[in-house]
Design a protein around this ligand. Structure first.
Ligand code: 3PG
Length: 207
């Protein structure tokens, strides 16, 4: 018997996404496009009938919090409990934070920048690899989110490319190599139906 429904959404475009800057734990606002992406995601959820969440989670960063707020308003669920925690933040980009991604390629070379961005276990200088990101995201997931899904609660999470990758890797049993090849579009909800052991029964991307 299926239990909870889980929806994961990457925040809409931020000012630093627009400028092509490494963002990490910095806190730029959503752009107008980012707000529209969040709204579009919410409309897709509404159309598909996902308007009965019990709880929501987001990071300590405003781009994810505001994406969540836009969604909850649109689906008429502004009254549900929202937990914000920095365990769900984007990976820390360390010394790359604030650099333009093209300038970084010129400075450090295309291959090195690709390794920092899309290898599983090589951290950027002073920052977190996806593996390190997963080591902070997954204990939080296990302690605070998974138990709610096993109780049959419907959970909505608005977070970041790499904190969501950590959860997706766990949910779909992917290897490090597989998860780094998974790209998440901004503002697009991913819906999982889980069984009572937390195993994925069905996955839908609401584009
Ligand atoms: O922090 C950032 O710069 C982005 O949100 C994610 O960056 P990535 O595309 O290099 O993973």
């Amino acid at each position: 018997m299926p239990t909870g429904t889980l929806v994961l959404t990457r925040h809409g475009q931020s000012e630093w996404n627009k400028l092509n800057l490494f963002t990490g734990w910095k806190d730029p606002a959503l752009t107008d496009l980012g707000k529209q992406e969040a709204l579009k995601g919410a409309q897709e959820l509404k159309k598909a009938g996902y308007t009965n969440f019990d709880v929501a989670f987001t990071s300590a960063l405003s781009r994810a919090q505001n994406t969540l707020a836009i969604i909850l308003k649109e689906i008429g669920q502004e009254d549900i409990s929202v937990t914000r925690d920095q365990a769900l933040n984007e990976r820390d980009y360390g010394e790359l934070t604030g650099l333009n991604k093209d300038d970084a390629r010129k400075k450090f070379g295309e291959d090195q920048v690709h390794i920092w961005r899309r290898s599983y276990d090589v951290p950027p200088p002073g920052g977190e690899s996806l593996e390190l990101t997963a080591k902070r995201v997954l204990p939080y997931w296990e302690a605070n989110i998974r138990p709610l899904l096993l109780e049959g609660k419907n959970v909505l999470i608005a977070a970041h490319g790499n904190s969501l990758r950590a959860m997706i890797m766990q949910l779909e049993n992917l290897t490090g190599e597989q998860i780094v090849a998974t790209e998440l579009a901004t503002g697009v909800p991913i819906v999982y139906k889980l069984d009572d052991a937390g195993k994925v029964l069905e996955k839908k991307i609401l584009e």
